[in-house]
Design a protein around this ligand. Structure first.
Ligand code: DGJ
Length: 736
């Protein structure tokens, strides 16, 4: 039993962690514990401090007891109106304009399996060998006439708890929800750091670690998508936690729109961690009888540092978030023509690039932007999803066939939510683009955003896309999204519904993604948002791979892929070898280094391979063979960050170890070369100390055998002849 109810205590336990709550006599659901596994019989409510604190008010029914205050008690779901002045998860306004709620426990139920959420992505149970139970706690406010369901699912083997919230208006008056978060975690005691993943276009998810002070820290996006700038994944950890040591709590949001993660340490040593839809520009009307489902938050706890926390999320995303035929299988090694041609191509050029790539072992060709309407520059034709046969010299079906005849699968780029003013679609439906009345719109990359909160708009885009996807053998779609949303006005939304347009926009995206997945179950979709601007678990539910960044420089990618690895597995990281000098930075790196970095992801190429010399071409073929040999340990193994490329400017190393510890692949890039360097030792992690391992490849000690203990104790040393930007892969296997 993962969920045990003992009188007024409910305990959720997984392999290594437990989570406990207490239903107080006054009907508040108080949080008592989230940490290492405890016994089902342990009552952790002793850790709650009941103290009379000045200016922390008391519920009226507490009577003379001034020690009972929601302002100081740890809670499962804080709400405005109860006297808690810390971060709240719910703010409701009634039809008289009054802000107030008073949520009390009504009932709870425990069931086998995982909840789902209507119209939203949510994690799921991965077959019968993935034990999972769900707790539903129903809170009610008898004055507002609302019920709030707090949903918790615990995945026993994964050390993961998911949370979601459902609000029901059971009364006869219309309400407005101004804020609804999906998770609240009160961590008692300790000094903590917050790790966030900031970025920008071309530099996504760079970790930033700060001490949590008394002010409220907010990580959020108001751009209409989860964004390059912030990511809906955050960590709160002990101030002395590192990769292998210390307590760490992670929260990730299964949502692709505006989000907020807020963290605040109160006056009494409790750190509150929350996550949900960003309440800026969000007002949700909830009419009598209506129900609102807030998106899912995924939480995990590690008592053994950040690496364990990442492993928990990696496994969960891979098995319980991603779906489809390509969820666990090796994805075809692809070549994308974007950096090879940009808009300057025709059918012949494309076929030539595809044929050369096929001869070298590449398995799929992806035709990027520029194949539709009169799109020969990035300021026109978005929305005109019909094939420019004049440019291609043939139909899309014929082009796909030519690529198939060359021995490759064929994939195609779309940017479904976008429209250019210079397009037929805009001329026919100017009101389909977001634009505020009486003002000129904000443009981004010369384009506007389609109003996906309207079903007829999604229907039309779906219909245009299927006309192409139905008539050509297209086995892959790259789904792009190249600007943030600025003008939030829908021509058809009523005044009351204008505060929920952005959320409905996200639902429109999910609707299109679900329809495509249903209609083409064998096709796989790669997410993209000008690189990694929508890199979140919401999109991963529909697109098991996301283009990680428009920055393809191998050295820059080290930091981007390092930061990304805290929350997300390598299999979702789209990563390509591109040309040198690199188009974003001008940097020169060898084809080997570019290959080593790119294959720590879902591997591909993005250049004209015909322009390489013969040695480089041989290297490409070898890289593809290498990826096919190692992909299993890269995608299914455990990922270890061996260095931090932000603080260590000498070299960057990372490691994959098979779950059964029978093999491992160490990757290393020398980022700075000194004259007369000392020996640099790289200790392994995660091996079996008792096993003997053969150094199969990639090091001066190749051919020799060492114990796991030796490899983790001292490790291997770097070859002195490695130059700046050189890379190596060291492969070890168990000697049986
Ligand atoms: C941005 C993407 O990230 C690129 O890979 C490419 O597809 C361009 N858009 C095309 O416009």
């Amino acid at each position: 039993m993962a969920i045990v109810n003992n009188k007024n205590l409910i305990t959720l336990s997984s392999k290594n962690s437990s989570y406990q709550m207490l239903i107080s006599p006054m009907g508040h659901v108080l949080h008592t514990y989230y940490g290492s596994r405890i016994a089902d019989s342990d009552d952790m409510s002793y850790s709650i401090a009941y103290v009379d604190r000045g200016n922390s008010g008391n519920p009226y029914d507490a009577g003379a007891d001034r020690t009972y205050s929601l302002d100081t008690l740890p809670q499962e779901f804080s709400f405005q109106g109860g006297g808690d002045y810390r971060i709240t998860c719910l703010e409701v306004q009634n039809s008289d304009g009054v802000f107030c709620a008073d949520l009390r426990y009504k009932s709870h139920s425990i069931s086998k399996g995982k909840y789902s959420i209507p119209n939203l992505p949510a994690s799921y149970q991965d077959g019968d060998n993935d034990p999972c139970e769900t707790l539903t706690i129903t809170l009610s406010d008898t004055v507002l006439n609302i019920e709030v369901d707090l949903l918790y699912s615990i995945f026993e083997e994964k050390d993961i708890i998911t949370r979601a919230v459902r609000v029901k208006n059971l009364g006869s008056e219309a309400l407005n929800i101004h804020k609804i978060y999906s998770a609240c975690l009160d961590i008692m005691g300790g000094e903590h750091d917050l790790i966030m993943f900031h970025g920008k276009h071309g530099e996504e998810r760079i970790p930033d670690r700060i001490a949590i002070g008394r002010s409220c820290h907010t990580v959020s996006s108001g751009r209409g998508h989860s964004s390059h700038h912030e990511n809906p994944f955050v960590i709160v950890c002990d101030q002395n936690a590192n990769e292998d040591f210390g307590e760490a709590y992670g929260m990730g949001f299964v949502y692709s729109g505006n989000f907020a993660a807020q963290v605040q340490k109160d006056a009494f040593q409790v750190t509150r961690m929350t996550m949900g839809i960003n309440s800026d520009m969000f007002i949700l009307p909830l009419n009598p009888g209506e129900v609102f489902d807030a998106p899912e938050t995924v939480m995990s706890y590690s008592a053994a540092g950040l690496t364990r926390l990442s492993h928990n999320f990696h496994s969960f995303i891979r098995h319980n978030i991603c779906r489809g035929k390509f969820k666990l299988t090796r994805r075809p090694v692809l070549i994308n023509n974007w950096e090879a041609t940009y808009f300057d191509f025709d059918g012949e050029k494309i076929e030539k690039i595809a044929r050369t790539a096929s001869e070298l072992g590449v398995e799929m060709f992806v035709l990027d932007d520029g194949w539709f309407g009169n799109r020969d520059l990035d300021d026109k034709a978005l929305g005109d999803w019909f094939v420019n046969e004049e440019k291609l010299g043939c139909t899309m079906g014929e082009l796909a066939k030519k690529v198939n005849d060359a021995g490759m699968k064929f994939g195609l780029w779309f940017e479904p939510e976008m429209i250019n003013e210079n397009s037929q679609l805009f001329r026919n439906h100017p009101d389909w683009a977001f634009k505020t009345p009486d003002r000129n719109p904000i443009t981004g990359r010369s384009q506007l955003v389609l109003d996906f909160s309207r079903k007829e708009v999604v229907d039309e885009v779906f219909s245009m896309m299927t006309k192409i996807l139905d008539t050509a053998n297209i086995e892959y779609v790259k789904w792009d999204f190249n600007r943030s949303i600025a003008d939030v006005f829908s021509a058809t939304a009523s005044v009351q519904n204008r505060g929920v347009i952005l959320h409905n926009f996200v639902l429109g995206t999910y609707d299109l993604a679900e329809r495509l997945n249903t209609r083409y179950p064998d096709m796989y979709i790669e997410g993209c948002c000008g690189g990694g601007g929508r890199f979140d678990m919401g999109m991963m539910y529909y697109t098991p791979q996301i283009w990680c960044s428009d920055n393809t420089d191998a050295i820059e990618r080290l930091r981007i892929q390092y930061g990304t690895s805290f929350g997300y597995p390598t299999s979702v990281v789209g990563s390509h070898v591109s040309a040198v000098p690199n188009h974003q930075t001008g940097r020169l790196t060898s084809i080997n280094t570019r290959g080593v970095v790119a294959m720590s992801g879902s591997f591909g190429y993005e250049l004209d391979l015909g322009l390489l010399n013969e040695d480089e071409k041989k290297e490409v073929t070898l890289q593809i063979e290498t990826f096919k040999k190692y992909w299993d340990v890269i995608h299914n193994g455990k990922y270890y960050r061996l260095t931090n490329p932000i603080s260590n400017t000498e070299y960057c190393a990372w490691l994959f170890v098979a779950d059964d510890k029978s093999k491992a692949l160490l990757n290393l890039v020398k980022t700075h070369k000194h004259f007369s360097e000392g020996r640099i030792y790289i200790p392994f992690k995660g091996l079996d100390p008792q096993k003997q391992y053969l150094i199969e490849d990639g090091n001066v000690l190749t051919g020799q055998t060492f114990s796991g203990a030796a490899l983790m104790g001292r490790g291997l040393y770097l070859d002195y002849d490695m130059n700046e930007y050189d890379a190596t892969q060291i492969y070890i296997t168990e000697v049986k």
